[in-house]
Ligand binder design. Structure first.
Ligand code: NAP
Ligand code: F7E
Length: 352
């Protein structure tokens, strides 16, 4: 009887947008995936429920562990239990505007949380008896005010507590690589979106609102700065780049981006046009959504990832908008049907 030893991945942030796409990718590649999830008073596994089976089921490939990046001993224990081959640190307080409201918490989870996991990884890897690799989820926000296009050699100029925490995490990762000879790669990923994107990030906030407006479920959309430009790609493409970084012969740092930037206004135009609407009739500005310091223009040059990893994005800006609008229109149709059947609809909320 042949017995295949599955590669094991350990993923923080498994319940988030990227965690869910990465879990899809790794399970499809035959990995056993172990995810760290926070204890919450409501269910927070909606993005990965499709992969979950009872752990006693021999077909189960996704296993969940309670843990928190604020809790180093728990992370250590989980790593020792799981004994992974690859570690992906995707967990973070990832909302830029919220990081101005909760700066110390963001520094602790997004910055020091990475250090906690790196220290646990170093100690586990010492006695693991095998090659263990680590991916750190860095961000284009680290470039902040740096002039576009941004690439690996562009100096960081972070503009928010989130971005400062990610710069700290980046340098902790470089320092652990240089100090202990560990296989640690930093991805510097530009914005990536999807139908699974959190609803308080601007793209999803727009596609959710526009589709609800189309079906008469919402009247207005309140936004902040429409002039900011972002290099928006599809999250499903970007998790492939993370995986490729850990399959490379040596650890390194890579920018992952599409090489095209569009403004928030462009995203509005593309979304509402697809629905046959004029966004100007529905969008209003609310200063609540402005940030104390803005990042005006992010545009990535991912030549290194293309040349060294053979990675390039598959989904265009237009394709991304179309995919998100189609998904959210379906959600709006379901909401409308429920409303018409007398069920109360989800509370209308204004998002960050
Ligand atoms: P996301 O949807 O906000 O997911 C963040 C994940 O981190 C969630 O699973 C969240 O759990 C978890 N988390 C939050 N606080 C935690 C804590 N204290 N301990 C453990 N886990 C915690 O973010 P994403 O878009 O998937 O991004 C993944 C990673 O890439 C993040 O580190 C983000 O900062 C970074 N990044 C994202 C982008 C982008 O455009 N998406 C670009 C560059 C870098 P809950 O589900 O319980 O909240
Ligand atoms: O904002 C503007 C806002 O929150 C994009 C995170 O995944 O990507 C993300 O950070 C732009 C900003 O993403 C609203 O001012 C206008 O200029 O969708 P966002 P972000 O700040 O770029 C990076 C790479 C990450 O690493 C982060 O984790 O849109 N904007 N009006 C608005 N933004 C929001 N959220 N809400 C508004 O109403």
């Amino acid at each position: 009887m042949t017995h295949t030893v599955r590669r094991r991945a350990f993923v923080t942030g498994i319940t988030g947008q990227d965690g869910s796409y990465l879990a899809d990718l790794l399970v499809a590649k035959g990995y056993e995936v172990h995810g760290v999830m926070r204890r919450a008073s409501t269910f927070n596994t909606g993005r990965i429920d499709h992969l979950y089976r009872d752990p006693h089921d021999p077909e189960a490939r996704l296993f969940l562990h309670h843990g928190d990046l604020a809790d180093g001993s728990g992370l250590r224990h989980a790593l020792e239990q799981v004994r992974p081959d690859e570690i992906y640190n995707l967990g973070a307080q990832s909302h830029v505007r919220v990081s101005f409201d909760a700066p110390e918490y963001t520094a602790d989870v997004t910055g020091s949380g990475t250090l906690r996991l790196l220290a646990a990884y170093r100690d586990y890897a010492r006695g693991a008896g095998k090659d263990v690799r680590f991916y750190q989820a860095g961000s284009s926000e680290m470039f902040g005010a740096a002039k576009p296009p941004q690439l690996e050699t562009t100096p960081f100029h972070p503009r928010s507590p989130y971005a400062v925490a990610k710069v700290a995490a980046h340098w902790y990762a470089v320092n652990y690589r240089e100090s202990y000879g560990l296989f640690i790669s930093n991805g510097i990923l530009f914005n990536h979106e999807s139908p699974r994107r959190g609803e308080t990030f601007v793209t999803r906030k727009i596609t959710r609102a526009a589709t609800r407006i189309k079906l008469g479920l919402q009247k207005k959309l309140f936004l902040g700065n429409l002039d900011a430009k972002r290099d928006w790609g599809f999250a499903g493409d970007y998790v492939e780049a993370m995986w490729r970084m850990l399959q490379a012969p040596a650890p390194d740092d890579y920018v992952v981006a599409t090489g095209e930037a569009y403004s928030v206004r462009d995203f509005l135009e593309a979304t509402f046009t697809q629905l046959g609407l004029d966004w100007r009739a529905y969008v209003e500005t609310d200063p609540r959504y402005l940030r104390p310091a803005e990042v005006d223009h992010l545009l990535g040059d991912a030549s290194k990832a293309r040349d060294a990893l053979g990675w390039k994005p598959q989904v265009s800006f237009a394709g991304l908008v179309a995919m998100m609008v189609e998904h959210d229109l379906e959600l709006a149709h379901r909401e409308k049907t429920l409303r018409e059947a007398g069920h109360s609809s989800a509370l209308e909320r204004q998002h960050d």
